[in-house]
Design a protein around this ligand. Structure first.
Ligand SMILES: Cc1ncc(COP(=O)(O)O)c(C=O)c1O
Length: 277
């Protein structure tokens, strides 16, 4: 089945072919909008409240008034999933900000879940670093050109992900993921003030602490990569994906590390609990 069949706009369902944004909509040129991606499994949107709260947090940062409260937007999800017959999907939320006679528009639609090669999880994926900085890095806005170009570079290089390297030579996050390393047994990731605080990132930090793993939020200079024992990326569609190779060279042993493996197992257990309690 090709998703989506139906799209929701401010809570009203319409066939996908009838959902349009006017070409002169101010959100298109200025990227004045925010978005979210939520995994749905067995009809359960995984951590929906966290995603909707983050959407509100992103919107506040660009002074965009959402067309409805996050709780109300959440009520638009079940009818959309039912209309599309999509118990397993990746749910997109796109809010086009208002302006010049246009109201704010919140579109929701389901897409097929991406499938990543199994060997990324068993042997680790590969990535390159790309000099790039996101505008308003703590907000998930429609201004995603930098991410898009970085991802295109990764694709050209034949690797899975592009890690963004800022002007100070620090790895901040992936093009659409957060980045973690393990150093001396401590799990480290860039501070929430300098990256998108991913829902999966925050959950991973929580699961790590619950498992008694020491965590820290600090800058990750690429020059210190020799001290990284393990590395992985996190995102809604990937969950925890180990990274084995960066810029053509192995990270640590170049294999999935023991702490990464523990966290992946903890994540799987948490996911099962949430979607099939
Ligand atoms: C720049 C960036 N960082 C991190 C993430 C991961 O966020 P989440 O775990 O909420 O999917 C994304 C997801 O799209 C992203 O675009």
């Amino acid at each position: 089945m090709n998703l989506p069949l139906f799209v929701s706009c401010n809570g009203e369902l319409s066939p996908v072919g009838e959902a349009h944004v006017p070409i002169r909509h101010p959100a298109l040129l200025a990227a004045f909008g925010v978005y979210e991606t939520v995994q749905v499994s067995q009809d359960v949107p995984f951590h929906l409240a966290e995603h909707l709260n983050r959407m509100a947090f992103s919107a506040r940062q660009i002074e965009l008034e959402l067309p409805a409260e996050p709780e109300t937007i959440g009520t638009w999800v079940p009818p959309l999933l039912a209309a599309n017959g999509a118990p397993e999907c990746l749910l997109k939320f796109l809010v086009y900000g208002p302006g010049e006679g246009y109201p704010p528009l919140c579109f929701l639609w389901p897409e097929a879940m991406p499938r990543y090669p199994e060997h990324y999880y068993t042997g680790g994926a590969d990535a390159i670093t790309v000099a790039a900085e996101r505008t308003l890095p703590t907000a998930k806005t429609l201004c995603t050109l930098v991410n898009f170009l970085a991802r295109r570079q990764a694709r050209r290089a034949g690797v899975h992900e592009a890690l963004l390297l800022n002007n100070a030579g620090r790895v901040t996050e992936g093009s659409n993921s957060n980045f973690f390393v393990v150093r001396e047994g401590v799990l480290l990731t860039a501070p929430a003030a300098s990256v998108l605080s991913g829902v999966t990132r925050d959950l991973t930090l929580r699961l790590a602490r619950q498992a008694g793993i020491q965590t820290g939020e600090q800058e990750l200079p690429l020059a210190e990569r020799g001290t990284w024992e393990e590395a992985f990326i996190t995102s809604t569609s990937r969950h925890i994906m180990p990274l084995a190779v960066l810029d053509g060279k192995p990270i640590g042993t170049g294999r999935v590390g023991p702490l990464t493996r523990r966290l992946m197992d903890a994540f799987v257990a948490h996911f099962r609990e949430e979607v099939s309690p």
